[in-house]
Design a protein around this ligand. Structure first.
Ligand code: AGP
Length: 614
């Protein structure tokens, strides 16, 4: 996905746009660019391949002056990262300029039609068909709004667009089609803002509107008007954003990922806040719209998600089946949407998504709804598409997660599933008041336990110093901690580029054990639960093949020191909540390995924070 910023008002557009792009760079960083309407009324453009810092260097020597502008930081889909493929894209006759997020699925056909009419294309991008088509309609005498509407009506796929025209120096247009990543409007005093995400404009305004699918907004510095794709007026909801701008900044941390790892005690408190009555041992999830009838009607739960959110669902399965006695499947969203899943009115589908904008997850949600399922979601990003299409949802309330590698969203989503399981269990009558009381009491101590793990920060840094040159890792876990093994492996590989594989420990003897030797560190989740003895057996099997074992173990467990080469102790935690605490050492280990390697921790190569394309 890409980052988009637009501005119209009395400030220098360049400062607002570049500052906003800086906060959106986690969304993609293959190239960056911006355009303004200069004092002479013409469009002026600056674009650079690579990171935003390259564009900033260009602007330092060749600044852009103007009070209306748009900008973009790119995650390449069509057309390699290059200056000519960087956004913004200007129309052939220079009347229109656009920035775009998403994919125009029918761009080849549209390009052929435009070229047949004499349009000369500059780039290899799908985006350019948008700007050329708008100009064709302008040249045919249409007003800008009509030209944009006609163009958008012909696009296939999920797209978010911002349009500026030298014909209308007082106006910005933007639109959202499908699930192409958000378009947020910021309402200022005699100024208006457009951004892909809240952090980009939060320092200027807390009054925001989130464009819905198939909506177009027309902004002047004093006004906004929203219509649907057929031109009908829409009355939008105005959100008052409570996020603290500082919390979206790095503070004293070296990386956003490091900051977000250390924010977990707080995010665990925040995700529980207002939802758990610790006095009476009750869970209350107002946005879920749960009723006893609905809870009884649901006979099956399917969790759909991608990446880290999928691994969270793997752990959640144990919570829903143990606490709510609800048969639960976990599916990759990218697979679910293509294997004709068995879904009906007795099925609830739970989407877990930090961004709320992941294309595969949103498409799977739409399929679930079409098949008659009740759609629930657990989402961090306020106002994102997932929250809008769900019948009920749980806001993670983890605060902005900027680092591409997800950390606090993972642990909060575990707790959100735990709370949902408790609420469902009570409504389904599968949970005695005593057990519910115990489950709620167990939750109360979790933020403190997470904080205890973070106090061993320097141990993980030292351990990373011993292993950062390894080329392959195995992560092994059983039961609910198999999910932690998968997540721990993903953390390492996505920020350090070291190959790491999460595996069910019991599966080792069926093949992967052939991999183990002294060059293959094996990370084992061996905290004291019902599967502890089995994990000790796996550790012994690995050691018998000269494997080097790093074990996550329960404080006070001295016996494991004899078995493992290195022990990462965590406080004793109730089994269903152990993934929250057991993951944190693996987040820190991965972080420090990546730092030792000099990797780009917050913006790993080839990745983006939310994948809003297929
Ligand atoms: C996790 O560290 C990765 N950034 C990635 O796997 C991510 O979890 C996945 O793309 C899903 O994102 P979502 O939770 O926003 O849907």
């Amino acid at each position: 996905m890409c980052g988009i910023v637009g501005y119209i008002g009395s400030r220098e557009a360049s400062a607002v746009v570049v500052g906003g792009l800086k906060k959106l760079e986690y969304r993609g960083y293959d190239s960056a660019g911006m355009a303004v309407l200069a004092q002479n009324g013409h469009i002026e453009l600056r674009r650079d391949v690579g990171k935003l810092s390259n564009l900033q260097a260009t602007l330092a020597t060749s600044p852009l002056a103007g009070h209306i502008g748009i900008g973009h930081t790119r995650w390449a889909t069509h057309g390699a990262p290059s200056e000519r493929n960087a956004h913004p894209h200007v129309s052939m006759n220079g009347r229109v300029v656009v920035v775009h997020n998403g994919i125009v699925e029918n761009f080849a056909t549209l390009r052929d039609e435009l070229e047949a009419e004499g349009v000369v294309f500059e780039s290899d991008t799908d985006t350019e068909v948008i700007v050329q088509m708008i100009e064709r309609y302008l040249e045919a005498g249409e007003a800008l709004e009509t030209a944009v509407r006609h163009t958008l009506q012909q696009l296939k796929g999920a797209n978010a667009v911002v349009v500026m025209s030298q014909d209308r120096p007082d106006t910005l247009l933007c639109a959202r089609l499908g699930n192409a990543g958000g378009i947020t409007l910021g309402l200022g005093q005699d100024e208006m803002f457009i951004a892909s995400d809240i952090p980009a404009i939060l320092e200027y305004t807390r009054q925001m509107i989130f464009l819905e699918n198939r909506q177009i907004a027309r902004l002047t510095r004093h006004s906004y008007e929203i219509t649907d794709l057929d031109g009908r007026s829409v009355l939008p909801e105005i959100h008052q954003i409570s996020w603290d701008p500082v919390s979206a900044a790095k503070g004293e941390y070296k990386h956003f990922m490091q900051k977000e790892i250390h924010e977990q005690p707080q995010s665990l408190i925040d995700t529980v806040r207002g939802r758990v009555d610790f006095e009476n041992g009750r869970v209350h999830l107002p946005e879920m719209n749960l009723t006893p009838e609905l809870a009884q009607r649901v006979q099956k739960l399917i969790i759909i998600a991608c990446g880290t959110s999928y691994y969270s669902g793997l752990a959640g399965k144990f919570m829903f089946e143990s606490i709510a006695r609800l048969p639960t499947e976990v599916a990759y969203a990218s697979e679910f949407r293509y294997y004709d899943p068995i879904v009906d009115a007795g099925t609830a589908v739970l989407a877990i998504t930090q961004s709320g904008e992941t294309a595969d997850t949103l498409a799977a949600c739409e399929l679930a709804k079409q098949k008659g399922a009740t759609l629930w979601s657990i989402v961090n990003a306020v106002g994102s598409q997932a929250t809008r299409i769900s019948h009920g949802y749980i806001p993670m309330q983890a605060g902005p997660e900027i680092g591409v590698a997800s950390t606090k969203a993972f642990t909060t989503s575990l707790v959100d599933q735990y709370m949902l399981a408790c609420a469902l269990g009570e409504l389904r009558g599968t949970l005695s008041p005593q057990r519910l009381r115990q489950l709620v009491d167990d939750l109360a101590q979790l933020p403190y336990l997470a904080g205890q793990v973070l106090e061993h920060d320097e141990e993980y840094e030292a351990l990373a110093g011993l292993f950062f040159k390894a080329k392959n890792f195995l992560y092994l876990g059983r039961g609910i901690n198999y999910a932690v093994a998968r997540e721990g492996a993903l953390k390492l590989k996505e920020i350090s580029y070291i190959h790491a594989e999460g595996y069910p420990a019991g599966e080792m003897k069926h093949g992967p054990i052939a991999l183990i030797d002294e060059t293959m560190p094996v990370v084992c989740l061996a905290t004291q639960d019902g599967l502890y003895d089995k994990m000790i057996s796996q550790i012994q099997q690995a050691k018998a093949r000269d494997g080097i074992v790093l074990a996550v173990a329960t404080e006070g467990d001295e016996a494991i020191r004899v078995e493992a080469d290195h022990v990462l102790y965590v406080p004793a935690t109730p089994p269903l909540l152990s993934p929250v605490v057991n993951t944190i050492p693996l987040q820190l280990f991965a972080y420090y390995v990546a730092v030792r390697l000099g990797a780009d921790v917050d913006q790993p190569r080839n990745l983006a924070k939310s994948v809003t394309v297929e």
